[in-house]
Write a protein that binds this ligand. Structure first.
Ligand SMILES: C[S@@+](CC[C@H](N)C(=O)[O-])C[C@H]1O[C@@H](n2cnc3c(N)ncnc32)[C@H](O)[C@@H]1O
Length: 175
């Protein structure tokens, strides 16, 4: 399953940490890439790229201007668009159907999401019908799709690998 994330509505500076965390969660929970709008400098991209360099994998970050064209092109190529919103259908009522898709673009928002996202989406999905956070929503969504298997995945070309330990920190370095 190919999953890309689209985060729309980044608010300059105040959202930097949340945006970085959304990207790190996307990578660690099994998505292939994240598209982000509203970002003017490269520091978020640099942080995620440096994590991928050390911890492996081929996760990509792309800053875009026009998210609607991206979502439309995605659908034209046969992919589905899933927008995470507290107003949507409960994830547990749709997860089985989603797992049968081959390509999903997951839209998350930073603030109020434009109506077009609801209209363009093939699925408007709620991670519960209470307001919370795009990072939590994304994490739970990816976990429901990958049913926990993402945590057994290994990342190619990692310079650093954790050796799980009951106590302390064990790291393997591949030079
Ligand atoms: C801080 S919320 C903004 C909510 C905003 N009041 C709105 O009307 O969309 C940021 C993002 O978190 C995600 N989110 C928050 N609660 C959610 C929920 N219960 N289910 C799914 N996604 C949620 C959505 O992607 C939302 O755009």
């Amino acid at each position: 399953m190919n999953i890309s994330v689209l985060r729309i509505g980044h608010r300059l500076v105040r959202d930097d940490r949340v945006t970085t965390h959304a990207a790190l969660v996307a990578r660690a929970f099994g998505a292939d890439m994240i598209y982000m709008t509203g970002i003017l400098d490269g520091s978020i991209n640099d942080t995620v790229t440096s994590v991928s360099k050390r911890w492996g994998g081929r996760f990509n970050v792309k800053i875009i201007q026009d998210w609607k064209s991206l979502a439309k092109a995605w659908k034209k190529e046969g992919g589905k668009v899933a927008h995470l919103t507290m107003y949507g259908i409960n994830i547990d009522d749709i997860a089985e159907r989603l797992r049968k898709e081959s390509k999903i673009l997951v839209i998350i928002g930073a603030e109020k999401v434009p109506q077009e996202a609801y209209d363009l989406a093939d699925y408007n999905i709620a991670i519960g019908n209470q307001p919370h956070s795009e990072i939590a929503a994304l994490a739970i969504f990816l976990d429901r799709i990958f049913t926990g298997k993402q945590f057994k995945r290994t990342f190619a070309d990692a310079n650093l690998k954790i050796v799980p330990a009951e106590k302390g920190k064990k790291l393997q370095e591949n030079k």
